[in-house]
Design a protein around this ligand. Structure first.
Ligand code: AMP
Length: 476
């Protein structure tokens, strides 16, 4: 009997924020993917990569940092060929090294395969143990590589069959761009957790996590990749071929894309994100009314909801907090700094707006609670007479295992504190969270959303994996 394999190199980080972009059949494929990734930068700031195909071979360039820092003229010039896919990635903790940057490119017996993944597999650890036990040698600590190993090891005759076999083995969230020298596949898992859109630019097909990136390169949004759909492009035909993954599950698309993650100028899961957030704000004003002088958004995430709140309540909207848009991931503090800059480096109150006012502060979510607490303190210090906090989503009570980076359950303030206790922690004059019903109404009640972060009802059972996933989180 085989013994359980030792876990020598556990995946360091299971939650990846990511963005995907791909272009077929374009004389400037790499440059268009560069632009697409630029528009998807909010989905990942840690690394960026582009793979191109000249029809014979794949060429890869990737690096740590922002898209504009990773790619320069010299690097883009090395990315020849009319077909390209790319990826931006963000993981908050753990070993964030270049090997984990995507696309991940392998040379297998089937030839070259490049994979870009947005989402998170919930059975990656089990699969990895099995694969390592059977002799696979992993290069990265990311769950994405499991898919490549499954494709590479498949005995199926065609690439398409091998891809399908791999997808039937994995569970969880995956929007994928898979590129070989001759083909590009765009895939969404059967639940459809993460978005993936298809666009058209002249003769080219374009694939993008969000439609805002289609806009930038002038592509029109044709449709989304369906939940459970594998869309195949090959030079043999201009038309895309579609195959469904034969797993019957109810779609459960991520509601948090509408709450926080996606850009408001994107259409996600068939609905404009801005209008969802605006409605969240309107409904929030109806559910949690308050007598106040000003509605102030926490920029940028609270903006559309604050406009909705102001319109519905009649309370004037004012920019009482200004955000520095140029803050990078790290900054140098004065050597002798006694106090920690924290949220101050990002946000600064406008005292002349806030002084003496009863302020309604609007933000999209409270995760740990630390940011909101500092903002309340900052607004009060700037002279506000009262600070009322309104949150345009329900309390976040459970971690996401499907690709949104959230801390473990015990770090989520709402998992262990009532609304009254959170208000006490924030030291705000009042606090109200949008109801679950209000959120559903705001996004259009089609009941095909994953709301697990607010309900702890996971659409894919993860009980068996959860302790292991949390273990990995702790190790980061
Ligand atoms: P905190 O409650 O201090 O953990 O932070 C809440 C703030 O983080 C809110 O302003 C949200 O807009 C923002 N936020 C919510 N979810 C995430 C996430 N997954 N990653 C980064 N920031 C987030």
């Amino acid at each position: 009997m085989r013994s359980e394999p030792e876990m020598t190199s556990p995946p360091d980080k299971f939650q990846d924020h990511c963005g995907l972009f791909g272009v077929t059949n374009h004389p400037e494929a790499a440059r268009n993917v560069y632009l697409g990734l630029y528009a998807l930068q909010h989905r990942g700031q840690e690394s960026a990569g582009i793979v191109t195909s000249d029809g014979q071979r794949l060429h890869l360039e990737k690096g740590m940092g922002l898209v504009a820092d990773v790619f320069d003229e010299r690097r883009l010039a090395r990315l020849g060929g009319p077909h390209a896919t790319g990826h931006v990635r963000y993981s908050t903790a753990g070993a964030s090294f270049l090997l984990n940057a995507q696309p991940i490119l392998i040379n297998g017996w089937r030839g070259q395969i490049a994979l870009s993944h947005n989402g998170n597999l919930v059975n990656a650890a089990e699969l990895r143990f099995q694969l390592e036990n059977d002799g696979s040698i992993f290069q990265t600590t990311s769950d994405t590589e499991v898919i490549l190993h499954l494709i590479a090891r498949s005995r199926k005759e065609t690439f398409e069959e091998a891809l399908m076999e791999a997808l039937l083995a994995v569970r969880g969230a995956y929007s994928l761009l898979v590129q070989t020298p001759a083909k590009i596949f765009a895939v969404r898992d059967p639940n459809g957790f993460r978005p993936l859109s298809i666009g058209r630019l002249g003769e080219s097909w374009v694939f993008s996590s969000e439609t805002c990136a289609l806009d930038l390169i002038g592509a029109t949004h044709v449709r989304d990749v369906e939940c459970g759909e594998i869309v195949k492009w090959s030079p043999a035909s201009d038309a895309l071929e579609s195959t469904m993954i034969p797993q019957l599950v109810k779609p459960s698309q991520c509601i948090f894309e509408h709450v926080y993650f996606a850009r408001p100028d994107s259409v996600v899961f068939g609905k404009g994100v801005n209008s969802s957030r605006y409605q969240m704000g309107r409904i929030l004003a109806e559910e949690g009314p308050v007598a106040a002088d000003l509605v102030v958004p926490v920029p940028d995430s609270g903006l559309p909801a604050a406009i909705g709140f102001s319109d519905a309540s009649g309370i004037p909207f004012k920019f009482g907090l200004i955000r520095n848009h140029y803050v990078g991931r790290t900054f140098i503090e004065p050597k002798q700094a006694i106090r920690h800059f924290g949220v101050k480096i990002k946000l600064n109150p406008v005292a002349e707006i806030l002084r003496g006012q009863r302020v309604v502060l609007i933000d999209d979510s409270i995760v740990r609670g630390t940011t909101s607490k500092k903002i309340v303190e900052m607004v009060r210090a700037a002279g506000a007479r009262e600070v009322h906090v309104r949150i345009s989503s329900p309390p976040t009570i459970s971690p996401c295992y499907f690709g949104i980076d959230t801390p473990t359950k015990n770090e989520l303030i709402a998992s262990s504190h009532s609304v009254a206790q959170i208000q006490e922690f924030l030291r705000s004059d009042s606090l109200y969270f949008l109801s679950q019903d209000g959120l559903r109404r705001a996004v259009g009640d089609r009941s095909n959303f994953c709301t697990a972060c607010f309900t702890e009802k996971y659409p894919i059972p993860i009980e068996a994996d959860r302790s292991q996933l949390d273990l990995f989180r702790k190790e980061t």
